[in-house]
Design a protein around this ligand. Structure first.
Ligand code: ZN
Length: 278
């Protein structure tokens, strides 16, 4: 969300972030329209204190919520380039530059390893604020590297999806990432190292068609928009017309596409339980 200034490179601790939180600012809920202070929102796991709406947060916010204090960010030296010289409303290289400037992120995913309830885990978390969380070559490559790390160290992997789909400015190179990550994940699955896929609002397009639904456990935040299949496929699967909210976590859970839904306040302990179980 960019509420906190991110310390680039190296070890980041949540205590450093806390000092920089602008406590005096107000947040107006998108869902119930009521106002809360940023501090109230943050103390409530970035959920609206009035209606429990789960506000969209960034990769480093999830790292702060999940890891036991310290974590180490990995693969920070990868950045996208405009190798196709793509231009839509503005040139892709300018769009990348603006996104980096706005978010202080290198691309739409960050990878870090650390511990949850004293058990090691590697987490790859996407940022919707970076060109709609779109998957280009850097996202694909970082997920691949995270899978390699999980394999080499026999450390469980968690991917937090938040994406509008493929990055059109990278065209076929973006689509290739889906095949690449899917192939790597099947290797991980064969090795017996667990992969947890956590779907947050929104998860749509190619990301859902590749790594987001391939977890040993697929779980989601409440009310998240998840477009893993088009309306036609879902309609054929459930053999009736689509009710309202058919692309929300609750509907997908009801129809067996998700293992469970977790409130953000319980996320850390839930993942901790999964780690001790596996
Ligand atoms: Zn609200």
């Amino acid at each position: 969300m960019g509420w906190f200034k991110r310390l680039k490179d190296g070890i980041i601790t949540s205590t450093k972030d806390k000092k920089e939180a602008p406590d005096g600012l107000w947040y107006k809920c998108k869902n119930c329209k009521q106002a809360s202070t940023m501090k109230e929102v943050k103390d409530n796991f970035y959920k609206c204190p009035h209606c429990n709406y789960h506000i969209r947060i960034g990769s480093h916010d999830y790292f702060d919520l999940l890891f036991d204090g310290k974590y180490e960010e990995l693969f920070t030296d990868l950045i996208a380039t405009d190798f196709l010289n793509f231009t839509d409303l503005k040139p892709y290289d300018k769009r990348l530059e603006a996104a980096r400037e706005k978010t202080s992120l290198d691309d739409a995913i960050s990878v870090a390893h650390g511990k949850i309830n004293k058990l090691p885990i590697i987490i790859a978390a996407m940022d919707f604020s970076f060109i709609g969380g779109s998957m280009g070559s850097v996202v694909g490559e970082k997920i691949s590297l995270a899978i390699d790390f999980a394999l080499e160290n026999r450390t469980p992997l968690m991917v937090i999806s938040k994406s509008g789909g493929a990055r059109m400015m990278e065209s076929a190179f973006s689509l290739m990432q889906m095949a690449k990550t899917s192939a790597k994940l099947s290797k991980l699955s064969k090795s017996g190292v667990p992969y947890f896929s956590f779907l947050t609002d929104p998860t749509t397009g190619g990301v859902t068609a590749s790594f987001a639904m391939l977890g040993d456990i697929n779980f989601a935040e409440p009310e998240a928009l998840i477009g893993f299949a088009g309306p036609r496929v879902i309609k054929e699967t459930i053999k009736r017309d689509l009710p309202e909210g058919f692309q929300r976590s609750e509907f997908l859970l009801e129809h067996g596409f998700l293992d469970f839904i977790v409130d953000r306040k319980d996320l850390k302990n839930k993942v901790g339980d999964m780690l001790s179980f596996f």
